[in-house]
Design a protein around this ligand. Structure first.
Ligand SMILES: [Zn+2]
Length: 458
């Protein structure tokens, strides 16, 4: 979940070494040039792109911060990035980076005096914005150009299944931490938190959506960064009943291991680790590159009080969900802390939605790093989180949901196994296929192995 260069000695050493080598090379260039000519201050080493639902992010990897300017040209539409005092590193080649992109169809480069120009061919009029990002392992200095508008990618599909009145789905927003230029924590062998948490989140989504009465919504659907408040906006737009942020921990001691669950604290962090982790997490928007300046952020007295009140109710719900998830994770993995921890994570500051942050393990621990990238462990931890959420919801789902309605019916749960048919199950429990389908919001007789259904009482 955290900035990682300092937590992994191996990586810290290698980035220090790279820095040293760069200085050495710059020194060499300086020596070779005639006195009076300025040496190139920065070298362009790479060009990458991330596709987000409403923008394309172009990342220029540079050896040192460079002054740059951006402008657009029409007919055909282009975005031009001029970097002062910059040259291309030997072997720099944008290659096929534009292939299959939403807004960029080609990349061309040219030397401009002591500077360097990158021209992006774009599909239509776009609004570019640019900013610099400081190094965070495994990335170095970066210039970031965000292209908004133009050929818009389709909005992520948020399909709300219509249900009989009073039997809507429980909606769970699953937030895979970090993404894009924010790699999150870094584990041995170059494993990145942003990658493993997206994989675990997708498995969690599948498992929840396979349960009748539940709909899972992925907050981030690919390798791109979303600012903390945007993550909450996605959850709010989907009218989520619960926000689950999925992370993997890192600590300076590689021996530390285990999963934990955090909720937002209004009073301050509950332990020193929690305080430490929360403090490092606040930097995430800086690492990930939140280019916007929020003009509406000025505190507003009355609003603050209302937020505090609604946060109190949600804090209790958040702690209960967190405890249910800890219970179901315990048989699957060691727990770092056996109680729900509280910390001031920015991503959990969603006053209207109960929110938890699940640390699936320490990616800085070699054993856990290996597990976190294995399909088997990812499936087991995702299943444990899904079961914890369902256990909480089967007791506390909001009124108006199918799950709350099932609770009032006093039904029991049944997991479909190989060879089951709805009519067999119905006769075994002395009920009818029609009643089972009604209790589970099913439109046909299709059932899947592992699916959990409710058998109505009576
Ligand atoms: Zn994280």
């Amino acid at each position: 979940m955290t900035r990682t260069a300092e937590y992994s000695q191996a990586n810290a050493d290698s980035s220090r070494w790279q820095r040293l080598r760069r200085i050495e090379l710059l020194g060499l260039i300086g020596l070779l040039l005639l006195p009076g000519l300025a040496a190139a201050a920065s070298r362009l080493e790479g060009l990458r792109m991330h596709e987000a639902p409403d923008y394309t992010r172009v990342v220029l990897d540079v050896s040192a911060p460079a002054e740059f300017s951006i402008f657009t040209l029409d007919n055909p539409h282009r975005v031009v990035v001029d970097m002062a005092n910059t040259s291309a590193a030997p072997g720099f080649n944008p290659g096929m980076v534009a292939a299959g992109r939403e807004r960029v169809t080609g990349v061309r480069t040219s030397v401009r005096g002591s500077g360097f120009r990158v021209v992006l061919d774009v599909t239509g009029p776009v609004e570019p914005s640019g900013f610099a990002l400081d190094p965070v392992a495994p990335y170095g200095h970066r210039l970031v150009i965000d292209l908004a508008g133009g050929k818009r990618a389709a909005k992520p599909e948020r399909k709300v299944v219509s249900r009989p009145k009073g039997r809507r789905d429980v909606v769970i927003a699953i937030d895979a931490g970090h993404g894009g230029e924010d790699p999150g924590a870094l584990g041995p062998g170059g494993v990145l938190e942003k990658d493993v948490v997206l994989q675990i989140s997708r498995r969690l989504e599948q498992k929840l959506s396979a349960t009748s009465g539940y709909q899972a919504v992925m907050v981030r659907t690919g390798d791109y960064y979303l600012a903390h408040r945007k993550r909450q906006d996605v959850a709010r737009d989907a009218r989520a009943d619960l926000f689950v942020s999925v992370h993997a921990d890192a600590f300076k001691e590689p021996s530390v291991y285990g999963a934990s669950v955090y909720t937002l604290s209004g009073r301050g962090a509950s332990s020193e680790t929690a305080r430490w982790l929360a403090a490092s997490h606040q930097n995430s928007d800086l690492i990930g590159g939140e280019a916007e300046i929020h003009l509406n952020d000025q505190p507003d007295g009355i609003k603050e009080v209302l937020l505090d009140l609604s946060m109190d109710a949600n804090r209790i719900a958040s702690i209960e969900v967190g405890a249910a998830i800890l219970d179901t994770m315990a048989p699957v993995t060691k727990l770092h802390k056996k109680d729900v921890e509280e910390a001031g994570f920015l991503v959990l500051k969603s006053p209207d939605i109960p929110s938890v942050l699940v640390e699936t393990g320490f990616i800085s621990n070699p054993g856990e790093a290996k597990r976190l990238r294995s399909v088997d462990f990812q499936n087991r931890i995702a299943a444990a989180i899904a079961t914890g959420i369902r256990n909480y919801m089967s007791a506390s789902a909001p009124d108006g949901t199918l799950v709350a309605w099932q609770r009032r019916q006093g039904g029991q749960r049944y997991t479909i196994s190989r060879g089951d048919t709805l009519s067999d199950i119905a006769s075994r429990y002395g009920t009818s296929t029609r009643r089972i389908k009604e209790a589970n919001g099913m439109r046909n007789d299709v059932i899947r192995i592992g699916q959990v259904i409710t058998i109505p009482a009576g």
